[in-house]
Design a protein around this ligand. Structure first.
Ligand SMILES: Cc1cc2nc3c(=O)[nH]c(=O)nc-3n(C[C@H](O)[C@H](O)[C@H](O)COP(=O)(O)O)c2cc1C
Length: 755
């Protein structure tokens, strides 16, 4: 039987296949017969690399192969990357070049660790002293990509009684602990730089451990100190403090973590001052039993776990050292790596002591959901949202009595409003109906100068007029009459007239916002006759511009997506809009306004995504981390499924103009509905452009203004609306299935008062 394979080997040999020298050396290695196993998955690794670079697409086999070929360029699989020989296991392994290997290996860290943070982490040099907990800390750092240069120190060799907590195999008994750790780390990343201090850290080599051999940049950025030699603990800290290197330590009892920021506090007493004025030298050569009082001073006699406290007097009596468990050591490695990452990235700055005491955190009586989860609120649609709205019976004609007013208002409030805010209430007195602005659900940032509010009122007045005519009344509308009533948008008087049934009236209860986009319309354009009807419906005081070429629509979808992303990241808009989303049937029925999430026609996955992003901290983090492309997809997909896009404009930007524009919108929308064409307004782009152009971008950050400013010429390239005109409603036109649910309205009796 041959002796154990190269017991001291701890470092792999790297062969760069693009170098002919290395090629020769590799051939010699193979011919020597030393290699026992050859692992070549370079093709798979490259496939993962190209897939990781395009996560938004599911690449087909052919596309993947094409991208791999393009990536290799003039190289072949055989001449790409590095062959790594691990002499202790006699394995020869083919891996990607260093940057690519690290890119793929840490790909799943993204968002928890950004690519930029990962690159920064790779520049650090970490020292680990004591390789029980330290082994876990070092290996976890290597796994997570925290540091790429390590100095690891332990004088000890693996013994059988270490195997209750230290990862290693029985075949490694007697092997240096530094060797075991280095091998494991190199097997994760052969490009690491590891220096081994197999004699441990001593007074003589401590500076070399902390500073390197004098070469530029050899200083450690952080020390994980996990030895049980008290002298060493103090001595290493004294030197680290002099050199301003932070030290972290986990003690495998109650998840105790100590952080000493000597980099920031060069006068801080070592070990938080718990050892008093003791100097390292006085701790030299203590027996395990003699260490106990000091250990107690450091850990705090009342802060030990009960079992740890009970064990200490037993040291050298019934046990040979204090107990340590694998679970505590694994936790300690995780805690040390976690705090190392945050210190190095500047996300944690204080010194201090922390307990991640699993027995206190996870114990009877502390668990969430102990009684099981209550049934989740129903996300089924409200039955009311599945049928046309209820309307009161038609009243007798020619008289503006309360039943007639109720009937007319019931039609009026079926008008659309941004975010289904239903920004109105009514008062009927002395034969006059006052239509009053209810600001409860105003959207001050999105709704520039209340344009959208006046559009909703305009649409509502069209319904009111048609309903009045149907019962032989003429509604005489006096817009913004002023007077004592604050927020009075229109005063409506009724006089007797002919019974006139506008054919659009029957579409008032049937008109809906249709946000479905389940078919990709290759077809663009609208039937010419329908388009002519829409233009006619716009009336003389507004204009309709229609975009119906694929190129223009794609551009519009991209612009809307970019604008949606800006809007989603704006905290004021978030705060204004989110309370208006209704997530459950109970919420829908209780409020009867706002956006029933079911009307967004989202897939379950998209709905879950929207739910997550309804929490400001989540979306804020996404913004800071540079993500959020997903926020652009909805608009692009909706426009991709549209036949055309329309923009209604008015010749002026006063509130009267927007009110007039709202009338045009409602007539266009009802006409579209009557002709089987669905409409979804998509308005944030024109409204934010109005804020930018006419409002100086007030309420938007500089970055948001700049981002919108960049979209502006492209937007103006699509719709060249004169600066003097108001853009009333931008919408997409599509043909397809009706929406699955419709938005409810507040009850008429809750909206009208009769004096
Ligand atoms: C001025 C205005 C702006 C609107 N903007 C949008 C929009 O940007 N996106 C959207 O999906 N719906 C938009 N809508 C549609 C409303 O959300 C919708 O009308 C409301 O929820 C009521 O639903 P209904 O139209 O089905 O009755 C807008 C409506 C109006 C009147």
């Amino acid at each position: 039987v041959p002796p154990p394979a190269a017991c001291d080997d701890w470092k792999p040999t790297l062969y760069d296949v693009s170098s002919s020298d290395d090629h020769e050396r590799l051939r010699a290695l193979v011919e020597s017969g030393e290699v026992q196993f050859r692992h070549d998955t370079i093709g798979d690794q490259l496939e993962e690399l190209v897939a990781a670079r395009e996560p938004a697409r599911k690449l087909s086999r052919d596309e993947t192969a094409a991208r791999v070929r393009a990536h290799l360029g003039h190289r072949t699989l055989d001449t790409h990357g590095t062959w790594v020989y691990y002499p202790w296991s006699r394995r020869l392994v083919h891996v990607l070049p260093v940057d690519e290997l690290r890119e793929v290996r840490t790909d799943r860290n993204r968002y928890k660790i950004t690519a930029e943070e990962q690159a920064r982490l790779a520049t650090f040099r970490i020292g680990v002293i004591g390789l029980s907990v330290g082994n876990m800390a070092a290996v976890t750092c290597a796994l997570e990509g925290i540091g790429t240069r390590f100095r690891i120190a332990d004088f000890d060799k693996l013994s059988l009684s270490n195997l209750n907590r230290l990862r290693g195999g029985l075949h490694e008994l007697g092997v240096d602990k530094t060797t075991i750790a280095a091998r494991e780390m190199f097997e994760i990343d052969p490009y690491l730089e590891i220096e081994r201090f197999a004699e441990g850290v001593t007074r003589d080599n401590v500076d070399r451990f902390l500073l390197g051999d004098g070469a530029e940049g050899g200083r450690l950025d952080l020390v994980v100190e996990e030895c049980d030699d008290l002298y060493l603990k103090v001595m290493v800290r004294e030197r680290a403090r002099a050199l301003r290197i932070p030290v972290v330590m986990d003690t495998s009892d109650r998840g105790l973590l100590d952080v000493e920021r000597f980099d920031r506090e060069p006068a801080r007493p070592v070990l938080h001052g718990l050892m008093g004025a003791v100097r390292a030298e006085s701790l030299l050569g203590l027996s395990t039993r003699d260490k106990v009082p000091y250990v107690l001073a450091i850990l705090g006699e009342n802060a030990l776990s009960t079992r740890m406290a009970a064990s200490l007097p037993e040291v050298n009596e019934s046990i040979s050292s204090w107990p340590q468990l694998a679970s505590s050591v694994a936790l300690g490695g995780a805690l040390a790596a976690d705090i190392a990452r945050r210190i190095l990235l500047g996300q944690h700055s204080e010194s201090g002591r922390y307990y991640v005491d699993t027995e206190a955190i996870v114990r009877d009586g502390t668990g969430a959901l102990r009684e099981g989860s209550p049934p989740s609120p129903s996300t089924d649609p409200s039955p009311e949202a599945l049928r046309p709205p209820d309307l009161p019976p038609m009243p007798r004609p020619h008289e503006a009595h309360p039943e007639a007013i109720r009937w007319m208002v019931a039609h009026a409030v079926l008008a659309p409003s941004a975010h289904n805010a239903q920004p109105w209430r009514f008062r009927f007195a002395n034969g006059t109906l006052a239509c009053i602005h209810d600001p409860t659900h105003d959207l001050p940032t999105l709704d520039f100068e209340h344009g959208a509010t006046w559009v909703a009122f305009g649409a509502m007045l069209v319904n009111l007029e048609m309903a009045a005519a149907a019962i032989g009344l003429v509604a005489e509308v006096d817009p913004f009459p002023g007077g004592a009533e604050e927020r009075l948008v229109a005063r409506v008087r009724f006089r007797r007239g002919l019974v006139v049934r506008d054919p659009l009236l029957e579409w008032v209860p049937r008109r809906v916002t249709n946000r479905r986009h389940d078919r990709t319309a290759e077809i663009t354009g609208l039937d010419a006759a329908v388009q002519a009807k829409l233009h006619a419906a716009t009336g003389p005081r507004a204009r309709l511009k229609v975009l119906a070429t694929r190129g223009a629509l794609d551009e519009l979808g991209a612009l809307m997506g970019a604008c949606d992303r800006i809007t989603a990241f704006n905290e004021a808009i978030h705060r204004e809009t989110m309370p208006g989303y209704r997530w459950t049937r109970e919420e829908v029925e209780a409020h009867r306004d706002g956006i029933d999430v079911l009307t967004l026609e989202l897939s379950p996955a998209d709905r879950a995504g929207v739910r997550l992003l309804s929490h400001w901290p989540t979306i804020h983090a996404l913004c800071r981390l540079g993500g959020g492309r997903v926020l652009e997809d909805g608009a692009a997909e909706a426009i991709a499924a549209a036949r055309a896009a329309g923009l209604v404009t008015v010749p002026g930007t006063t509130r009267e103009n927007y009110l007039e524009g709202g009338r045009a919108v409602q007539r266009v929308w009802l006409t579209a509905a009557a002709n089987g064409v669905a409409i979804q307004p998509m308005t944030s782009l024109p409204y934010l452009m109005a804020r930018l152009e006419r409002g100086g971008g007030e309420g938007l950050s500089l970055a948001e203004r700049q981002a919108l400013g960049q979209l502006r010429p492209r937007y103006r390239g699509l719709f060249d609306t004169p600066a003097t005109d108001g853009e009333v409603l931008l919408f997409r036109l599509h043909v397809g299935d009706p929406p699955t649910v419709r938005s409810l309205r507040r009850r008429v009796d809750d909206l009208i008062t009769f004096d």
